[in-house]
Write a protein that binds this ligand. Structure first.
Ligand SMILES: Cc1cc2nc3c(=O)[nH]c(=O)nc-3n(C[C@H](O)[C@H](O)[C@H](O)COP(=O)(O)OP(=O)(O)OC[C@H]3O[C@@H](n4cnc5c(N)ncnc54)[C@H](O)[C@@H]3O)c2cc1C
Length: 376
């Protein structure tokens, strides 16, 4: 009999959530990561992530988001940590933009609270913004911030508290079917389990070269910009919401000011393919310029000194939808690639889904959009 029911490979937010869900159900679970807790090599590091309900990407994400909000609140109660801050979110662009049209479609279909603000009302309500007359904003009161690093710590604490074993700083070299279960070969030996959840983020293809979907790893940059002294108040939490903004250059997002300033980034950034083991983690003038152009146009008072910047990786699918499925030909290996730059907010519900697949063989959540057969 293998030592573990389930081995979770990769302890970014997705693997950590799966490990916590498995351990809570009484599974003998082990989680393995090649780096230390809090490392900044993958996709889950940094202080904050956006959470929102009226999902512009597709309305079918909304039921998962409702479940995720409830699970984040449950994790806060269990861990005694504050993980969600609800600031409201304003999503800004031309009415026919993917962002605005998609948010309205989801919000209307699911009866979600939202307000439509024309350009003038938007700038009056949130004086930091400058937008052209033909832009509108959709304000959703449920939008806000997930504390990213705190969330991963809370999930791993919960997993350990329920008896999960955590192995850090040990690379898994291979994972394959073995007898009735699976074998994960690490730098230090072998781990045998009934099945495996692979949540290796940008390293998915290096661990499972036979993985049948065309995923692409891309380099991202986020920056913190110091607001002008006289304008600090308009960027403060409570006054300034989380925002998404789509203009002809792309989609941008940002947060109320923290100690470093206003955190802003361009979704997809320069869309550069990256090798997760060798990508450039320095931030260049071109990186900064890509973000600053939006600040000059739409948030001029935040176009101050770049106080801090960080790189991060997206693991993109061609359609930007997640992958959560069994590896074809290896039913004991369940693969989770819920990134495409928007997965963090879903982590607790993805963890439950992965635990359902590992323990019960199926899930009541609708994951039809995430199956590998769409790439066949
Ligand atoms: C800049 C940026 C901004 C984002 N903003 C948002 C946002 O606002 N809202 C939102 O919802 N989402 C957002 N996302 C997306 C979200 O962060 C990701 O969907 C999520 O972090 C993916 O987590 P993961 O666990 O799949 O991957 P990762 O965090 O990369 O974790 C994978 C783990 O696997 C480990 N690993 C890999 N290979 C091996 C191996 N061979 N052996 C052992 N361990 C291994 C790695 O060390 C790593 O810890 C953003 C992402 C980025 C990069």
């Amino acid at each position: 009999m293998p030592a573990f029911d389930v081995a979770v490979i990769g302890l970014g937010v997705m693997g950590s959530a799966a490990l916590a869900a498995l351990a809570r159900r009484g599974c003998r679970a082990v989680g393995i990561d090649r780096f230390a807790l809090g490392h900044d090599r993958g996709s889950s590091h940094g202080t904050t992530r956006v959470i929102r309900l009226g999902y512009f990407e597709h309305p079918s994400y909304v039921p998962l988001l409702r479940a995720a909000y409830a699970l984040w609140r449950e994790l806060e109660a269990q861990s005694g940590r504050s993980l969600l801050t609800i600031t409201g979110i304003v999503e800004i662009g031309a009415p026919e933009s993917d962002l605005v049209a998609g948010t309205l479609r989801s919000s209307r279909l699911h009866g979600l609270p939202h307000e439509i603000l024309d350009a003038l009302s938007l700038m009056k309500r949130f004086p930091a913004f400058r937008v052209p007359d033909d832009f509108i904003g959709v304000f959703q009161p449920d939008g806000g911030i997930v504390r990213a690093e705190g969330a991963i710590e809370a999930l791993q604490e919960l997993a350990s508290g329920h008896g999960a074993e955590i192995i850090r700083e040990q690379k898994v070299l291979a994972v394959e079917p073995y007898g009735d279960g699976v074998r994960a070969t690490t730098e230090c030996g072998e781990v045998l389990a009934g099945c495996a959840v692979v949540a290796a983020g940008p390293w998915l293809k290096s661990l499972l070269p036979q993985f049948p979907a065309p995923i692409r790893v891309t380099r991202q940059v986020v920056g913190w910009f110091a607001p002008a002294n006289h304008a600090r108040a308009v960027f403060a939490a409570g006054r300034f919401p989380v925002f998404l903004l789509q203009n002809p250059d792309g989609l941008f997002y940002g947060f109320p000011a923290d100690a470093n300033g206003v955190k802003v980034a361009k979704h997809h950034h320069l869309d550069e393919a990256a090798d997760p083991d060798r990508h450039d983690r320095t931030v260049s003038a071109a990186d900064e310029a890509a973000i600053r152009k939006m600040l000059k146009a739409h948030l001029p008072e935040a176009d101050g000194r770049l106080v801090a910047a960080q790189t991060c990786l997206y693991t993109m699918t061609p359609d930007s939808d997640f992958i959560v499925d069994r590896l074809p030909g290896c039913p004991g290996i369940i693969v989770a690639a819920p990134c495409s730059g928007h997965g963090f907010k879903f982590a607790p519900v993805i963890g439950e889904i992965l635990a359902d697949l590992a323990v019960a063989g199926g899930t009541h959540h609708d994951i039809s959009r995430f199956l590998l057969k769409r790439f066949a």
